[in-house]
Design a protein around this ligand. Structure first.
Ligand code: ZN
Ligand code: ZN
Length: 321
């Protein structure tokens, strides 16, 4: 499996402002002047995608891929570009069977849906999956005047709704999908996706108020022994203390869960709309220090600790599971 991140911003789309772009270019030019290479091409090639282009401003949308099969998780503004790519691949013809899992209905997870081109193409079949009782109503409400000019009943694609049972596995294409509850003010469901012995845990949005096995109960299976976990890392340590009950976590909480439940690789997303490039760099450093402290603590009492690799996700990133 692979997971592609189409939107990693939380709460509100946050396009790069001209001022911020200028600041990044000035900073890169200074780095180039200081670099040992005289070739601009070589210097550019040495940078990671986010160092050049930032982390991205679109909100939550991920795609789980396995060959020509895929699942979409959430319809934040990132789904717009995904829809364009899907239709380009089909030369605009409606032949697609599209499965969309929804975590919850906060704006940042649904705002892209009215702009998802495949929904306007006859012949496409789109199935929405979700645990919430009001799944169908919430989707239909998005296509209503005066908020959007096209009524749901006018959409020419075939649209289906499948209600999922909490913690019950269903097969969607070749994927085994199980919803588990996250910690968020309005009920929000994470998804564990299993395929051929590999596993992906989608954990956005969550405050991760439950960490211990006792607190998590059955929901602990979301995290156990997964190969890749995408996790809510919206806040810094200070912010997460100030913003209790806002429904989001700091990366350190994801690391604690990963070390405890043997997650191999964590990618932190749902970056705060006001998190600048520098603020995310500071959060990365803070997370590195936190992991060092936790590893030392465990080693000092002879406790075995699961080695976890992690990074902060950027738009367009593709991760092997
Ligand atoms: Zn969100
Ligand atoms: Zn939310």
């Amino acid at each position: 499996m692979q997971v592609k991140l189409w939107g990693v911003r939380g709460s509100l789309p946050r396009p790069e402002t001209p001022e911020k772009l200028q600041q990044r270019i000035v900073s890169l030019l200074k780095d180039f002047e200081a670099a040992s290479t005289s070739s601009a091409t070589e210097f550019m090639a040495s940078l990671k995608p986010h160092q050049l282009g930032g982390y991205g401003g679109n909100t939550s949308c991920m795609q789980v891929l396995d060959g020509d099969k895929d699942l979409i998780i959430d319809c934040g503004s990132g789904i717009k570009d995904l829809g364009m790519q899907m239709m380009a691949g089909l030369a605009g013809q409606g032949k697609a069977k599209i499965s969309i899992l929804l975590t919850h209905f906060h704006w940042d997870h649904v705002i892209g849906l009215p702009f998802f081109v495949p929904i306007f193409i006859p012949g496409n079949e789109i199935t929405f999956y979700g645990v919430q009782e009001n799944l169908e109503t919430c989707i239909k409400e998005m296509f209503k005047k005066p908020f959007f000019p096209v009524d749901f009943s006018w959409l020419p694609s075939t649209i289906k709704f499948e209600k999922l049972q909490p913690r019950k596995t269903v097969q969607i294409d070749s994927f085994d999908v199980t919803p588990y509850q996250l910690d968020h003010p309005d009920p929000c469901w994470g998804y564990r996706v299993d395929k051929d012995g590999k596993s992906y845990a989608h954990c956005v949005d969550t405050e991760a108020t439950r960490i211990s096995k006792d607190e998590l109960g059955e929901d602990i299976k979301l995290y156990q022994d997964v190969n890749l976990m995408v996790f809510d890392g919206q806040y810094t340590l200070v912010e997460v203390i100030e913003k209790v009950n806002w429904g989001h976590a700091v990366a350190g909480l994801g690391l604690d869960l990963a070390m405890q439940e043997r997650v191999d690789h964590v990618v932190f997303v749902h970056h705060d709309p006001y998190a600048t490039h520098q603020k995310i760099q500071d959060a990365i450093e803070q997370t590195r220090q936190y992991q060092e402290v936790r590893v030392r603590e465990c080693e000092s009492v002879g406790q075995k600790i699961h080695p976890v690799t992690w990074e902060f996700g950027y738009e367009g990133m593709v991760i092997e599971v």
